[in-house]
Design a protein around this ligand. Structure first.
Ligand code: SAH
Length: 523
């Protein structure tokens, strides 16, 4: 990727003597993780300190380095954690200390986010800073409710204002007399709680009482809610529905287009919360598939992959991989640690020599492909018998030299069964799965699960089940259980749990589709 850093222009802020400190004012988008920019992700990945907000999708925090300091500087309406002055000081202090600071702000930092004030504080302190614009809720919020803020047939004008201040106060207040007469779409950020006063101002100044209005709450996330009405009844409706912040309000005839264009709320898993319990590193694939179907995904990693107790022993077996007839991989993680270790030892792929490759399960085979090798044998079932059967159809096991790559502490029935059939089996213990701890709830997913529950929880492996149970979390009433395959299902049943959904085959696509079919049917 091309580096985007431009040379400093003559009037840019002077660098500090420390030189390395920089503060990025980063737009975190309106909520949907997919609407975060590539540059924002880079900043979070590189940051020493991440300072984030109430409106940022906390899943972004999972991109931060393990040793990054995470500071919540969020504000809920009326409930300030840190006053703005304190936030400015914090940014200056951390940047001056030579840190790379990612300051995440919901939407776009310069659209009613007080980002400009933070930039000024950094500039005044002579520190380096940059802004990373984001997708503003002013535009994305309506879009996700099926409301385009402009349309040739409706309007040639778009006005964005804030309803933050009490309209009767005078200073710092939007000009309602002008707004009432402004043609086109008007979008209001903040101030849903002031809706009665705001709509009153519009009406007093002569706006059409029949003007269509939509309120979009938690827009672009799985908990998005939309309420529509007219200028003269929306405040009452919001009150009746108990409609709360954060919400975007849209005034104008484009609101009517929602009837045709409401794409987001019509997706099969819209309004459903699904828990994904894979390791943080693996969760993304399933999460993005579920999110694409409209689900609100809570990533609750229960396990994490760590190096094995004896890395040296593993590396020695990897070094000798060329001397085996077959390499047998039982999981994508095994493939990954094997090849990562292999390419540290050998710069040339041909050093692998001639062993054939068996991969248990399609996801494992796919991982092998990612390293530009092909699996010669891929038993469909993720069970020992499946592999043995596949082998026996292919070749005699007698005297074959096999290297099985597997995690610590799993059942070694596979090696034992192969051994019984005359094969010479070595086992390369490539990794350990260790439980995630509750203290490590960086993204707040665990707390949300505990407080708000979920519609379905997914398990992709037996160890995920075991580790989830070890967390001893309460199970919300009515939450369904989805399993990636028969072995995982068996583990669930052995633990006395009912399996509601099982993937017809062990692929993420099939798993996500099975969940969507079940939940959208149950809607
Ligand atoms: N810089 C932000 C706006 C900050 S002001 C942006 O560009 O989007 C905070 C207000 O933004 C909230 O009160 C609400 O009106 C709006 N907002 C931000 N994210 C939102 C979301 N996901 N759904 C609805 N409103 C949102």
């Amino acid at each position: 990727m091309k580096k985007t850093k431009a040379p400093a222009s003559p009037d840019s802020a002077p660098k500090t003597s420390a030189g390395t400190g920089i503060c990025w004012l980063v737009g975190a988008g309106p909520g949907d993780l997919g609407l975060v920019t590539l540059r924002a992700k880079e900043c979070v990945e590189q940051a020493d300190v991440v300072i984030y907000d109430y409106l940022c999708n906390p899943a972004m925090l999972a991109w931060a380095r393990g040793d990054a300091e995470l500071i919540y500087a969020g504000k809920k309406s009326g409930q300030h954690t840190l006053p703005q002055g304190g936030i400015n000081e914090l940014l200056v202090e951390k940047t001056r200390a030579g840190k790379k600071v990612a300051r995440l702000k919901g939407g776009d930092p310069f659209v009613f986010g007080r980002g400009a004030e933070e930039a000024q504080a950094l500039h005044a302190a002579g520190l380096a800073w940059e802004v990373v614009p984001g997708v503003s809720s002013a535009i994305a919020g309506p879009a996700y409710a099926g409301i385009p803020v402009t349309h040739r047939d409706h309007t040639v004008q778009l006005t964005v204002f804030t309803g933050h201040e009490d309209p009767t106060k005078g200073a710092g207040v939007a000009d309602y007399a002008a707004l009432a007469k402004t043609p086109g779409t008007r979008v209001m950020l903040m101030g849903v709680e002031r809706l009665p006063a705001v709509t009153e101002q519009f009406l007093t100044h002569g706006a059409d009482p029949a003007t269509p209005v939509a309120l979009v709450r938690w827009a672009t996330t799985g908990r998005q809610q939309t309420l529509t009405g007219r200028l003269d009844d929306i405040a009452r409706r919001a009150e009746e529905f108990g409609f709360e912040a954060p919400a975007v309000a849209v005034f104008g005839s484009v609101v009517n287009l929602r009837e045709e264009l409401n794409w987001f709320e019509r997706r099969p898993l819209f309004g459903k919360r699904v828990v994904v319990t894979r390791t943080r590193a693996q969760a993304g694939g399933l999460s993005s598939r579920l999110a694409a179907l409209g689900a609100e995904v809570l990533e609750l990693p229960t396990i994490r992959i760590e190096p094995p107790a004896d890395m040296r022993a593993f590396a020695e077996l990897v070094m000798d991989a060329h001397s085996y007839d077959w390499l047998i991989f039982t999981s994508p993680n095994g493939v990954q640690v094997f090849f990562d270790t292999f390419f540290k030892l050998y710069p040339d792929a041909r050093s692998l020599g001639g062993p054939r490759i068996a991969a248990v399960g399609p996801a494992t085979a796919q991982k092998v492909n990612e390293y530009r090798f092909a699996a010669d044998l891929t038993p469909r079932e993720f069970v020992t018998e499946g592999l043995i059967k596949a082998f026996e159809e292919e070749t005699s096991l007698d005297n074959l030299k096999l290297l099985v790559v597997r995690p610590e502490k799993t059942r070694d029935v596979l090696a034992a069964a192969l051994d019984k059939r005359g094969a010479i089996v070595d086992q390369a213990i490539g990794y350990r799965t260790v439980p995630e701890t509750l203290e490590n709830d960086r993204t707040g997913a665990l707390a949300r699960f505990r407080d708000e529950g979920a519609d379905v929880i997914t398990f992709a492996s037996s160890s995920a089940v075991e580790n989830f149970l070890a967390l001893k979390l309460p199970r919300p009433a009515g939450m369904k259980i989805a399993s990636m395959g028969p072995v995982t299902s068996r583990t669930l049943r052995d633990a006395g749990l009912r399996v509601d959904i099982e993937a017809p085959e062990a692929t993420l696509d099939a798993f996500a589709a099975a969940i969507a079919a079940d939940l959208s049917g149950a809607k």
